[in-house]
Design a protein around this ligand. Structure first.
Ligand SMILES: NC(=O)c1ccc[n+]([C@@H]2O[C@H](COP(=O)([O-])OP(=O)(O)OC[C@H]3O[C@@H](n4cnc5c(N)ncnc54)[C@H](O)[C@@H]3O)[C@@H](O)[C@H]2O)c1
Length: 466
């Protein structure tokens, strides 16, 4: 059976067997009535952090079809980033981009200007490095603004505690908040989740996930004339305070998707990693990580991360049950190409273009191709919730996903078993002054006397990561 045939047939059977009604995503694209029908129903947007993903999220926001949207303000700390983002958005969405120079704000307080351009009920897109999430979100709550914030939402225990409180406040104020763990909005993963939860692969006994690529998170020396703060932010994947490093910034998606399929958050983690081939890079990352996340029932997610040129790439997540196995991610985040197999022989997929073996006797189900983009679906769902005033607040889940990811990272960085309670109650806040940073002020991380930033030393520094 081919991927598409298996998908089409068994999806029909599954939906009729479970009696599931049309999912929210099935309604995307249908014009729905909204509460302000008689008024101007335009939802205004501000983009804070106009880099690759922020601009991508703005494209998704402006592409939603449930009602009019308009980008009215932008904020960044690097003029070139702002300019290229503006040009790209304006060329694609001429009538929906109304951001004259006076509403393009620059600098570490720029977000305040951009938020002031909005009215209550509008939406802020948070596309900065994660360190700025909580101060920016705090002001959104004060102003009654809905949010879409990219993951991770926190990078350590103290910022998670703060963010959890802000999340509660945003729920009390009925704010709708999306967190960029877009896989949760993917149709293929949602159907796979329903199938796994209904027992189609039996009880999950182990999961595996791999994010192995050709490097990342490096920091060549600071260019002359650049401030220390600007440098660290421009290389945010290199520094734990800014992003949680590659571990948090890259690996969170797969740790989250596996935990979702399992129906639980891991309670402790242990693992390892090392720096072997980072050359003169000044970053704080390891180039390999191998971490076991342990769930309340004792089962494990085995996670391997590698950032190393020349080694084999893999970017996939799998679940193994007592009665079969499942592919959660085949190769990168989208398309998911989710599948269920009899037994545990899952064919390798070496490249995104690889087709799967025809007539695989072990294939039980495959989500039909092509799939809708989960980046678009997460916005369709958020906008629908705003317009229909439905509960939509992903902050708690985003905090939990960010926290368990930090738990795994800390386990590898310290060489210790780290529990959920330990990471949650940890007192090492990497950037307590994120809200006060200025271009020329002191940076959260200082060079040591050897001209290098501190790096984790497992077994030597064991109660904090550096
Ligand atoms: N969900 C996904 O699949 C996905 C993919 C890529 C990135 N992301 C997330 O998106 C976020 C941004 O990543 P990116 O790849 O777009 O990085 P990027 O460097 O392209 O963009 C970040 C932007 O934020 C700006 N910025 C930094 N500090 C700022 C501040 N204090 N105020 C205003 N602007 C500020 C930078 O100048 C830059 O333009 C990260 O949290 C990352 O993890 C998510």
């Amino acid at each position: 059976m081919s991927e598409n045939q298996a998908g089409a047939k068994s999806r029909r059977e599954f939906l009729s067997a479970t009696g599931r009604t049309a999912s929210v995503s099935a309604l995307a694209g249908v014009a729905l009535p909204h509460v302000h029908a008689a008024q101007d129903s335009t939802i205004q947007l501000a983009l804070v952090g106009c880099g690759g993903r922020g601009t991508g999220a703005a494209i998704n926001a402006l592409s939603t079809k449930l009602g009019p949207t308009k980008l009215v303000a932008m904020a960044d700390v690097v003029p070139a980033k702002m300019n290229s983002s503006y040009d790209k958005l304006k060329s694609q969405f001429a009538d929906q981009v109304d951001v004259p120079p006076e509403r393009r704000f620059m600098g570490y307080d720029a977000y305040k200007g951009a938020l002031s351009a909005l009215k209550k009920g509008d939406v802020v897109i948070h596309g900065t490095p994660p360190a700025f999430r909580w101060p920016h979100f705090e002001l959104c709550i004060e102003k009654g603004l809905h949010c879409f914030m990219e993951k991770p939402v926190t990078v350590d225990g103290p910022s998670t505690r703060r963010m959890l409180k802000l999340g509660e406040l945003s729920v009390q104020k009925n704010l709708k908040v999306g967190v960029g763990l877009m896989v949760r909005h993917c149709d293929a993963r949602r159907e796979l989740h329903d199938r796994i939860r209904s027992g189609q692969i039996g009880e999950i006994i182990s999961m595996r996930a791999y994010r192995m690529g050709q490097g990342g998170g490096l920091a060549p020396p600071k260019p002359a004339g650049m401030s220390e703060v600007a440098y660290q932010i421009s290389r945010f994947h290199a520094f734990l305070w800014a992003s949680g490093g590659v571990f948090s910034d890259y690996y969170i998606h797969q740790i989250d998707e596996c935990s979702w399929m399992k129906g639980a958050w891991p309670v402790h983690a242990h693992g390892m990693g090392g720096r072997h081939y980072r050359g003169d890079s000044l970053d704080q990352n390891f180039d390999t990580y191998s971490v076991q996340f342990v769930y309340p029932d004792g089962t494990r997610l085995f996670f391997d991360g590698r950032n190393m040129k020349g080694a084999r790439d893999e970017f996939a997540s799998y679940a193994h049950g007592t009665n079969g196995s499942a592919v959660i991610s085949t190769r990168v985040h989208a398309p998911g190409r989710c599948r269920i197999y009899k037994g545990h022989n899952i064919p390798w997929v070496e490249s995104a273009k690889d087709s799967l073996p025809e007539n695989d006797p072990n294939l039980v189900w495959a989500f039909p191709q092509p799939e809708k983009s989960p980046y678009q679906l997460e916005w369709d769902h958020l906008m629908e919730a705003i317009r229909e005033d439905k509960f939509f607040n992903e902050v708690k889940r985003g905090c939990e996903a960010s926290l368990v990811t930090s738990m795994g990272r800390m386990a590898a960085h310290t060489g210790r078993i780290i529990t959920y309670e330990q990471i949650l109650n940890s007192d090492h806040e990497f950037a307590p002054n994120a809200h006060l940073l200025t271009e020329d002020g002191p940076a959260p991380l200082q060079l040591g006397p050897d001209g290098k930033y501190p790096v984790p030393q497992p077994g030597i520094i064991t109660n904090r990561e550096y």
